[in-house]
Write a protein that binds this ligand. Structure first.
Ligand code: AOF
Ligand code: ZN
Length: 331
């Protein structure tokens, strides 16, 4: 299952509105003989890709898959049918499919005599590759990660407004990897006016440039300055003229966006927090002290400590010299 998760990580950002699923086929003796991940919408699911690689060696073997195999004719035929046709004896999945249309795969496989196990590394899958899609399937809303870099005293810019990227080179490189894995990057019109970001994924590591760019989304009623870099032709850009996070998320859901990276600025982050539409916070705390300039977030409507939004820290780790904190709402 750890291998299936790793395989699925490689297709993150390319499958929406479908989930990025990973699958490993073991032969009857337990040796891995094929692996695969979900192809873009309308193309093969993970199981079908992995079964094609395994060929005859799948017979009597085990399929290990991060999501319960689908049991429906959607854009593609059911994976349950493909698994049965290949003669797989056992299926182990991490999490059940919450999509009512596709669910029921485990029961259908059992009814056909296949041994089915579930829950293996379920928490890793729910927090990792399928987090955004599971949230989308359960709520109908895209999953929002608010990401920012701030000094230890919580400032994202100095008093003169400079704050283009306050984090270390390591955090900056990671932010490009993050953009390459999401469907959309969202900022406010204020950020476009002040920072003029490109909002594209520009990973620095070895390997090819990203095959696709996230949708660039600018939120706010103000106009975009002519010549703003988000208006270049490196990626698609939409301007949603509202201050209401639910209007933004509704528009993004309509476009098949599942996984959203909210990159700022402080006013937009405050609006999403006030509306309880931040599903995860990813903070890079930079070992510097500023003492002046913009805070990471404003205008949440919270006026007393007792009213602050409760969070649970999932993980604390280092990114170069910066401290990386991942936290989710306490609800
Ligand atoms: C799987 N393996 O790799 C994926 C699954 O329209 P379709 O045919 O592509 O079906 C999409 C639904 O299938 C999707 O909403 C989810 O419930 C499931 N996705 N299932 O067995 C996969 N991506
Ligand atoms: Zn399927």
């Amino acid at each position: 299952m750890a291998r299936a998760i790793a395989v699925s990580e490689r297709v993150r950002g390319t499958t929406s509105p479908n989930p990025p699923v990973g699958c490993v086929i073991l032969d009857a003796g337990g040796e891995p003989v094929g692996e695969g991940a979900t192809r873009p919408p309308g193309q093969a699911h993970a199981e079908v890709v992995a079964l094609a690689r395994a060929g005859d060696r799948a017979r009597g073997g085990t399929a290990v898959v991060t999501l319960e195999p689908c049991n429906h004719h959607g854009r593609t035929p059911p994976c349950t049918g493909a698994l049965l046709a290949a003669g797989v004896a056992r299926v182990v999945h991490a999490v059940a499919d919450p999509n009512p249309g596709a669910a029921g795969g485990a029961d259908a496989l059992r009814a056909a005599g296949v041994e089915v196990g579930s829950g293996l590394l379920a928490e890793e899958v729910e927090r990792g590759p399928l987090r955004a899609w599971l949230h989308f399937a359960r709520t109908g809303r895209p999953h929002v990660t608010w990401k920012y870099a701030a000094t230890l005293d919580g400032r994202v810019a100095a008093a003169d407004g400079t704050g283009r990227w306050i984090g270390s080179a390591e955090s900056r490189a990671e932010s490009h990897d993050l953009r390459a894995k999401v469907d959309a990057v969202v900022v406010g019109t204020g950020t476009v006016r002040v920072d003029d970001p490109r909002l594209t994924a520009r990973p620095t590591g070895p390997g090819p440039a990203p095959a696709r760019q996230p949708l660039r989304v600018v939120v706010g009623t103000g106009d975009l300055p002519a010549g703003a870099r988000v208006l270049d032709d490196e990626a698609e850009t939409v301007h949603v003229r509202t201050h209401d996070p639910d209007v933004v998320l509704g528009e993004l859901a309509r476009r098949g966006v599942v996984d959203v990276l909210l990159e700022g600025g402080p006013t937009l982050a405050g609006a999403f927090t006030a509306a309880r539409r931040v599903d995860r916070v990813l903070a890079y705390l930079v070992p510097r002290l500023s003492g002046s300039g913009a805070p990471a977030m404003r205008d949440t409507g919270v006026s007393a400590v007792a009213g602050a939004v409760g969070m649970v820290v999932e993980q604390v780790s280092m990114c170069g010299p910066d401290v990386r904190v991942s936290a989710v709402p306490d609800r």
